[in-house]
Design a protein around this ligand. Structure first.
Ligand SMILES: [Cu+2]
Length: 168
């Protein structure tokens, strides 16, 4: 009689234990999934902050008549924020060149000859930027020597030139 009862009672127990275990496994995998989603979201936000935050851009200020920006930068693709803090419109041109900023080839009007084979233009802000305006720019730099200038009439001669060294 006792053996029979045990025999009849026994089957439900093994079935019950796996069900509880399955629920825990299901809960565990659900928590792991939520964790993965949270980590992925945090990682995406971190990447977004690094690549898209305005604070990560290199500030380049053009004034009457000089350029203020870092003179040493690391190789890579950089965001730049061009700021015209002068009273005149300005532009920003960057050339990769072995020539010093003070020794660029110029025409009879003192403008830098941008098409010179000695200059390899890597950045051109395009239309001149008005005073108190800002303009986002992107530039890819490899190790070497660069020169930044503003080539609006007489601005190079007046002092808008800067040597930039790019390191690894
Ligand atoms: Cu200028």
């Amino acid at each position: 009689m006792t053996a029979t009862l045990e025999h009849h009672d026994a089957p439900p127990a093994p079935r019950a234990r796996p069900r509880v275990g399955d629920e825990f496994r299901g809960l565990k995998s659900a928590l792991v999934s939520v964790g993965v989603v949270i980590l992925a979201t945090v990682a995406a936000i971190a990447v977004g902050l690094v690549f898209f935050s305005p604070t990560s851009a290199t500030k380049v200020t053009v004034l009457d008549y000089r350029i203020a920006m870092p003179v040493t930068m690391h190789a890579g693709t950089h965001k730049m924020q061009l700021v015209n803090a002068g009273a005149q419109p300005h532009e920003l041109l960057v050339f990769r060149t072995a020539l010093r900023a003070s020794a660029l080839p110029v025409d009879e009007n003192g403008k830098v000859i941008e098409e010179s084979p000695q200059l390899d233009k890597v950045l051109d802000s395009g239309n001149s930027l008005d005073p108190n305006k800002t303009q986002p720019l992107m530039v890819s730099l490899t190790p070497g020597h660069y020169v930044a200038i503003c080539n609006l009439p007489a601005h190079y001669r007046l002092g808008m030139k800067l040597d930039l060294n790019v390191t690894n």
